[in-house]
Design a binder for this molecule. Structure first.
Ligand code: HEM
Ligand code: MG
Length: 250
């Protein structure tokens, strides 16, 4: 009896040691995924429903908090945006596939997906991602590199896609996405992230725990996200700031 008590006490002690992440399995038949490498990863780990469907506000907030320590306000903000992609009036849940609907949240000039004009805008595309990666010089990505990668993708899309557009919301999301990978996957004091950790998330749609990544501490807030978005914006060339704002054709 005493022996088992000790074993259980030891086991409980290890639980608090490092945040244990839920088991990862790839999407199977009938499962849907979308254009967000992080939400796809959370579905693969079953923080979100593994089928990628029927994601309501409570599920969204709990998944973002449990897996990534994202606070309730930011979770609510992201849900409020996500729900606009469900075409059903008064819907209370969305699916990862809804997120792919073009020019609602999904936008041109993604880091790892093709523009809707030239290919599927939801699945990872190695060629598109290679352009982004070419600006991540060295083993650590900093704000300048993240900003330059993003603006290169905007320049390329604008030059090659006759239907290129990026709405003000698209600009905000695009800046937010770059800030998100620096914050959630990286060093929050220096606003840097290890390149292999970021690449792992994009390429495997899996939390990069095996590379030593851990759930961020303390809570991730909207204020922190906006701070890093501002830094990225400041490192973006003036012509891209305006181009991104009005879009070439929109
Ligand atoms: C991309 C939605 C949370 C990181 C996207 C896109 C959508 C989206 C619609 C596609 C934009 C595009 O066309 O490129 C959401 C929603 C979230 C969420 C609704 C929460 C409910 C997160 C979190 C992270 C993240 C927590 C943290 C790292 C990214 C990145 C991209 C992205 C890096 C860019 C992918 C690319 O450009 O190839 N997200 N996202 N997202 N998201 Fe999320
Ligand atoms: Mg896109």
């Amino acid at each position: 009896m005493k022996f088992f008590t000790i074993i259980i006490a030891l086991w409980v002690a290890t639980l608090g040691y490092a945040h244990p992440h839920l088991h990862w399995t790839p999407p199977g038949p009938g499962d849907v995924r979308g254009p967000c490498p992080m939400l796809n990863s959370l579905a693969n780990h079953a923080y979100l429903p593994h089928d990628g469907k029927n994601i309501d506000v409570a599920i969204t907030k709990k998944a973002l908090l449990d897996a990534l320590n994202i606070d309730e306000d930011l979770g609510q903000f992201l849900f409020d945006n996500a729900i606009t992609t469900n075409p059903v009036p008064n819907a209370t849940a969305y699916s990862l596939a809804d997120l792919s609907r073009h020019n609602i949240l999904e936008h041109d000039a993604s880091f790892s997906r093709q523009d809707a004009h030239s290919g599927p805008q939801d699945v990872f595309d190695a060629k598109t991602f290679a352009e982004t990666q070419s600006y991540w010089h060295g083993p650590v990505i900093n704000v300048t590199m993240a900003a330059q990668a993003r603006q290169a993708r905007i320049r390329t899309s604008n030059a090659t896609n006759p239907e290129y557009s990026l709405s003000p919301l698209g600009v905000g999301f695009s800046l937010g996405e770059a800030a998100a990978y620096l914050i959630i996957l990286g060093d929050r004091e220096n606003h840097t992230a290890r390149k292999n950790v970021v690449e792992y998330l994009f390429e495997n749609e899996r939390l990069p725990t095996k590379l030593g990544w851990q759930r961020p501490e303390p809570l991730v807030t909207f204020v922190e996200l906006q701070n890093v978005m501002g830094k990225l914006y400041n490192e973006t060339d003036l012509d891209i700031r305006t181009l991104a704002r009005r879009g070439m054709h929109g």
